[in-house]
Design a binder for this molecule. Structure first.
Ligand SMILES: Cc1cc2nc3c(=O)[nH]c(=O)nc-3n(C[C@H](O)[C@H](O)[C@H](O)COP(=O)(O)O)c2cc1C
Length: 326
């Protein structure tokens, strides 16, 4: 056990969360994180139909008796998203926690709460955290500029974002963006968070969907192998550095519109992960890929993070004890 306000709120053993990851965060990964003592989120937007989403939730529940979560993406989208149906299925399938992201979860907090579902809202800025708190969510996750997916417009790093949020947020707080190991967990707790959320690090695990070649690329990548782009079209993203993203950046420099960029940016998600060909399209990835050196199981990863955190905490204790006695 490593008890914080987050472990108590979600009924989990360790304050280690795997954020929703479009396409890759499937039942096998979410259940493996749960069985290892953390909390993982399926991603509603991955499934073309509600019945496929329902089947995936049931599959995850068959693989674990621990709490699992569902990411409900509220990002503006070219296609209208069936948000009300996602909320309904979360309630019907008794998913204990929903992670919302993209914009304020206006209108869905009350139905989810009435259905017995807790809500963690994920934001890339302190001001959004404060407004989500006012909406009555149960926990907040702030993600900094390092993070994979959508790090937000402000380009504020996790090191500043987390304590700035902790200064104003009363709710249990999760830190995301750049975490991959026990050092990060201790740092997050020291900065005022009650837990960490990781995406990138969980992609390089045995249970995550994806070709071995894709995961091997992650093992050999460095912290400079991602690109932050698409701010000009209000869709800031951190992605794997490849020839496709370079074309996106070139178009941005030329002042291209969303419509002009669409043929390139719609190639996001499945291809790279499923073929292992790193030039096959765009894929989200955080700077923490530079901290990925192997492909463990989720249990090996989480056990290692907890063990390393304990060692770091002991080391810090020794440093402060020596300082006091000096
Ligand atoms: C491949 C990938 C797909 C993601 N898809 C989503 C998504 O669909 N919805 C969402 O809210 N966040 C998404 N994220 C963000 C993660 O949930 C998490 O916030 C982020 O990865 C944390 O930063 P880290 O990558 O540095 O660990 C995605 C991240 C990655 C790496």
């Amino acid at each position: 056990m490593l008890e914080t306000r987050i472990t108590k709120l979600f009924g989990i053993k360790y304050p280690i969360l795997c954020g929703g990851m479009f396409w890759v965060g499937r039942a096998e990964l979410v259940a493996a994180v749960a069985n290892a003592g953390g909390l993982g989120f399926l991603t509603a937007a991955t499934y073309p139909t509600i019945e496929e989403l329902r089947d995936e939730i049931r599959k995850a529940k068959d693989l674990t008796d621990k709490p699992i979560g569902l990411n409900i993406n509220l990002f503006a989208s070219a296609r209208p998203q069936p948000i009300e149906e996602w909320v309904k299925v979360a309630i019907e399938e008794k998913v204990p926690v929903v992670e919302t992201s993209g914009r304020a979860p206006q209108g869905i907090v009350e139905p989810l709460h009435q259905g017995g579902v807790k809500i963690m809202h994920k934001v890339p800025g302190v001001r959004y955290a404060a407004s989500a708190e006012r909406l009555g969510v149960d926990a907040i996750c702030v993600v900094g500029h390092e993070s994979g997916g959508h790090p937000g417009m402000d380009e504020v790093t996790t090191l500043v974002m987390v304590p700035a949020a902790a200064d104003v947020i009363k709710l249990p707080l999760v830190a995301g963006g750049g975490f991959a190991d026990g050092r990060g967990l201790v740092a997050a707790l020291a900065l005022g968070a009650d837990g960490v959320l990781m995406g990138t690090r969980f992609m390089a695990t045995k249970e995550c969907r994806g070709q071995d070649a894709f995961k091997e690329w992650m093992v050999h990548a460095s912290e400079t192998d991602t690109v932050y782009c698409m701010k000009s079209i209000m869709n800031p993203s951190r992605l794997v550095k490849n020839s496709v993203v370079e074309k996106v950046v070139d178009l941005e420099k030329k002042g291209a519109t969303l419509e002009e960029m669409l043929p390139l940016i719609s190639r996001q998600g499945p291809a790279v992960v499923d073929t292992g060909n790193m030039e096959d399209g765009l894929v989200s990835m955080g700077q923490s890929v530079g901290l990925v050196h192997d492909i463990p199981t989720c249990k090996e990863l989480i056990d290692r993070i907890v063990e390393e955190a304990r060692k770091v905490q002991e080391k810090l204790g020794d440093i402060f004890a020596a300082t006091r006695s000096a």
